[in-house]
Design a protein around this ligand. Structure first.
Ligand code: EPU
Length: 419
């Protein structure tokens, strides 16, 4: 298993480009199932999660080919509408095939994803939304067994009990081919939902309101293959901006969308960093020791849960105590124990972490527990004096494209080693 070795305490300066968004690419690639033919999805990051989805589509009978930055998907007239446990287990987003399979072929068998390191993560809202459109769903032997009597879903009004990103995406995709109008309420407003709606519109879907709490879909009888360029990855960009905001650093991220990063930029500024717009992105520079700032995660446009761990690294070096509240996932403080190994002073009580800033961190071997926790450990290693070894980097590889190759030109002393 690979590990990443960092010699920390070296200033980071320079420019880094944002990759395409993992969490936009996954639903857009799944949306290809909605139409037969040759699809092209551009700006797709080369990541383990994208490869897993490619394997899943291949398992169903699609031909998937990776080009320089695009994924070509050929969807045949008939597929095996099944997502087996082994593929769903390694990537929960595999559940995104459920809506398209039901809409297109009227049946699907998708493994239940189960829990993961950051919490229980149920899919009840996905299933309720699809049931509202007429699907019959049974849970059997760990699988969602779903079928549509009569073969075609019907438009309906459905209110999500809870804002869910992939749940909104799954039901919106299903509604695109349903008979009649669907109105979805309490939808997630994340930019990735808007990007999927834009991709579906290019396929001929009729969707309004993506990016607001109410999405209206007028179902069409069929869709055409898609050709779509996914948006930049705001979480990858945000991770580089936190790196720039660390004391002594100055990092510009090109190709990111500033309006997707406002909540983070505001907190970085409150912590004393300078965050400015550039011609094609954002630049963050750390000015001395960060100030303490309270942070509470929330669905978009709030502070993203996917940036909570990285922000905590900056706050662990602040000149006072910050309160970090996680409201989206119940168990997303797995990085705290590892940050403590690097000298951070953090205590957790339920969903609240109190981060008492320390003057410096010191390198140590640490273990990654999930994707964003790994990114936080990498940032902490870059800020710490001495050597940090981050183990279990397969978590990092699920969501960050060649991160060591992107950080090295900024001055980071970082390398990957085969353990
Ligand atoms: N929830 C339910 N029932 C459902 C669905 C969700 O109770 O049917 C709950 C979840 O347990 C959670 C909350 O609703 O407490 C929000 O979860 P959401 O469904 O929005 O999360 P997701 O769609 O599974 C996506 C991202 C995550 C990101 C979250 C929150 C993708 C592929 N994944 O997950 O990204 O943290 O939204 O923004 O889009 C990551 O990239 O590292 C990552 C975990």
């Amino acid at each position: 298993m690979d590990k990443i070795v960092i010699e920390g305490g070296v200033p980071l300066r320079g420019t880094v480009a944002a990759s395409g968004a993992k969490n936009a690419a996954l639903p857009v690639v799944a949306a290809a199932l909605l139409a037969d033919g040759d699809h092209v999805v551009r700006n797709v990051p080369d990541l383990a999660d994208v490869r897993t989805l490619g394997r899943l589509l291949a398992h169903m009978g699609c031909a998937v080919e990776r080009g320089a930055d695009a994924l070509a998907v050929r969807v045949p007239g008939d597929v095996k509408p099944e997502a087996p446990y082994d593929l769903v287990r390694t990537m929960r987003a595999s559940v995104l095939v459920l809506g398209p399979l039901l809409a297109r072929w009227g049946r699907a068998r998708v493994s239940l994803p189960g829990g993961c390191a950051i919490g229980a993560r149920p899919i009840d809202q996905h299933l309720k939304g699809l049931e509202a459109l007429g699907a019959e769903i049974r849970l059997e032997h760990g699988y969602v067994e779903a079928r549509v009597p009569g073969g075609r879903l019907s438009g309906a009004t459905f209110t999500f009990d809870k804002e869910t990103v992939t749940g909104t995406e799954n039901v919106m995709m299903a509604a695109a081919l349903a008979d009649g109008r669907t109105v979805l309420e309490n939808c997630a407003r994340e930019p990735e939902v808007g990007d999927l709606a834009a991709a579906l519109a290019r396929m001929g879907a009729r969707i309004e309101g993506a990016g607001t709490h109410e999405i209206r879909v007028d179902g069409v009888a069929s869709l055409r293959p898609l050709d779509h360029r996914v948006i930049p990855d705001r979480i990858e960009a945000g991770t580089f901006l936190v790196a720039g905001a660390l004391p002594g650093n100055d990092v510009a991220v090109t190709g990111c969308v500033p309006s997707h990063l406002e909540a983070l930029a505001e907190k970085l500024r409150a912590a004393g960093a300078s965050v400015t717009r550039t011609a094609d992105g954002l630049r963050a520079a750390g000015r001395g020791r960060p100030r303490p700032v309270d942070v509470k995660t929330a669905p978009f446009p709030g502070f993203p849960t996917d940036m909570q761990a990285q922000m905590m690294v900056l706050l662990s070096l602040a000149s006072g105590t910050s309160k970090v509240t996680e409201t989206v996932f119940e168990n997303r403080f797995m990085h705290v124990l590892e940050l403590q190994r690097l000298g951070a002073d953090i205590s957790v009580d339920g969903r609240v972490a109190l981060v008492r800033g320390v003057a410096g961190l010191s390198g140590a071997p640490v273990m990654a527990s999930d994707l964003r926790a790994s990114a936080a450990l990498l940032l902490a290693g870059l800020a710490a004096s001495g050597t940090t070894e981050v183990r279990r980097v397969y978590h990092l590889d699920r969501g960050y494209e060649h991160i060591e190759r992107k950080l090295a030109p900024l001055g980071a002393r970082i390398r990957r080693e085969r353990a």
